[in-house]
Ligand binder design. Structure first.
Ligand code: HEM
Length: 483
């Protein structure tokens, strides 16, 4: 009977081992059975993928925790993925994440309906109403933090300042109605949300230990409770979008408990990236005096021309210098995976003429952070913040970037692209622009230590949207008029 063990091991190996077919991308299984490259991938995905790119080129498949993931890193070929939602499905992996992170299972999951509704509320005519509510909430919150008749400097971490203010303003605008009425205090939601965010990547990867899992579940329960009233009744004062979203869930037979989970997911989707983006942008400005002067000059001209108290909440005001600073900030700090599930075998035609076979059941990932965003051929000295990288010499917007002598359609990709690109893009841009404008025109804002540098990026967050800092950058601010 002793022969059974080696036979079973051999059988297991034969059943789970994967060979590369001739037309498939290079396959790198890693040394550890089943786990493959999962540990290195999770620790610093940018470093790992850059290493694999040097080894294999612009397309390769790696094994990570039993799954096979193909990475495509040639931006000239990205449209092949973005334009084929039939073979490369967005929804399935999104559903896996929904379940892992938010314990959310929607019986009649209709992502297309929910997205069409979101588009109606976050784009076009409705956007200007949202913009002015957001603007009002931002200004009120800032004045609460730092009344305009205040004479002292207030010291705070820039990440904490940007994230908490934008989160609370966003929460009031979309989920919670007026501050200080009966709706949930936005500061409590923020505190609990930050706790959840601390374990979010581990939840997504399914790597939490038993004890950590219990803690995560108790944070989630608190958040479900806090969010339970949001959008449920007219009195909740939430945005028309949230009411409509609740109605849609109800029509699909989703009970109130599951609805709260869905609302938490929406809180993450709408608030998780804006604060960190504003932090990096202000951080780059404060550590690059030439850039700060250029943005202040542009904002100064706008505030002189503005007839109303809240300029800059719509697209019509042109701010090419600020836009270039935002584009450059996102190039350096937006690092989402664009993930699709291969739902039927597909031949991928690369721009260089090569064809590769993608296997049904695998995942396909674009990682625009590595290419084009940090690709030295597209953006020379890619690690460096250059505030005018996206401006031509005459001050117009620069859109011409090249790779292999060919003009690129995707020279940065912080918002994704195609039908699954970011629905909230314009709202996010308007919000960040308004926040930076108010801080730089109504307040004096400076580094506490004039030689301070930006903190390092938290490498474990590559793949999850906006990066976050390890630590913070201490700043101080005071209202302008009073000094
Ligand atoms: C700096 C801020 C933001 C960044 C960098 C960002 C980035 C992204 C990216 C990269 C995707 C595409 C994911 C993929 O293709 O796999 C996405 C999707 C999405 N974003 Fe954003 N986002 C931001 C802010 C917002 C805001 C403020 C909202 C809503 C108000 C929002 C709503 C959405 C939604 C609903 C989707 C999913 C679209 C779909 O289902 O097809 N985002 N975002």
């Amino acid at each position: 009977m002793i022969w059974i063990v080696p036979v079973l091991v051999l059988l297991c190996f034969l059943l789970t081992h994967r060979w590369r077919y001739k037309a498939e991308p290079p396959l790198d299984r890693g040394l550890i059975p089943w786990l493959g490259h999962a540990l290195e991938f999770g620790k610093d995905a940018a470093k790992f993928i850059t290493r694999m790119k040097l080894k294999h080129g612009n397309i390769f498949t790696v094994r990570a925790a039993g799954r096979y993931v193909t990475l495509l890193l040639d931006p000239h070929s990205y449209d092949e993925v973005i334009n084929d939602p039939d073979s490369l499905d967005f929804g399935r992996y999104a559903q896996v994440l929904m379940e892992r992170i938010f314990n959310l299972r929607l019986p009649l999951h209709q992502p297309e309906k929910a997205k069409a509704m979101m588009k109606r509320h976050f784009m076009g005519a409705s956007l200007s109403t949202l913009n002015s509510t957001m603007s009002r909430n931002l200004e009120t919150l800032l004045k609460t933090e730092m009344p305009l008749n205040q004479r002292n400097w207030k010291e705070e971490g820039l990440f904490q300042l940007s994230y908490s203010l934008l989160f609370k303003a966003g929460y009031l605008t979309l989920f919670g109605g007026e501050q200080n009425n009966n709706s949930t205090d936005p500061s409590r939601v923020y505190e609990e949300y930050k706790k959840l965010e601390g374990v979010l990547c581990s939840l997504a990867r399914g790597t939490l230990r038993k004890e950590e899992k219990r803690t995560a579940q108790s944070i989630q329960r608190k958040l479900w409770e806090l969010l339970a009233p949001a959008g449920l009744t007219e009195e909740s004062g939430s945005s028309p979008w949230l009411h409509a979203y609740r109605r849609l869930l109800k029509e699909d037979g989703v009970d109130e408990e599951m609805q709260s989970r869905a609302v938490l997911m929406q809180l993450w989707a709408t608030q998780g990236n804006v604060g960190p983006a504003a932090f990096w942008l202000l951080g780059y400005l404060l550590t690059n005096p030439e850039a700060l002067t250029a943005v202040k000059r542009e904002f100064g001209q706008i505030s002189q021309m503005a007839s109303s108290g809240t300029p800059l909440m719509d697209k019509s005001t042109k701010t090419p210098v600020f836009d270039s600073v935002l584009e450059e900030t996102l190039r350096l700090t937006a690092a989402p995976f664009i993930t699709r599930e291969v739902v039927r075998d597909k031949t991928l035609h690369m721009a260089d003429g090569q064809d590769y076979l993608l296997r049904k059941g695998d995942r396909l990932c674009l990682f625009p952070f590595v290419s084009p965003q940090m690709d030295p051929e597209v953006h020379p000295e890619p690690q460096k913040f250059k505030f005018n990288r996206f401006l031509n010499e005459d001050g117009s917007v620069k859109k011409d970037f090249y790779k292999g002598g060919k003009k690129l359609k995707y020279y940065t990709m912080p918002w994704g692209a195609g039908t699954n690109g970011c629905v909230g893009r314009q709202f996010a841009i308007n919000t960040i622009r308004k926040f930076v404008y108010v801080l730089l025109t109504s307040y004096d804002l400076e580094l506490c230590d004039s030689n301070a540098q930006l903190p390092e990026k938290d490498a474990s967050r590559y793949g999850f949207g906006m990066l976050q800092p390890q630590g913070d950058l201490l700043v101080r601010y005071t209202p302008r008029e009073t000094r």
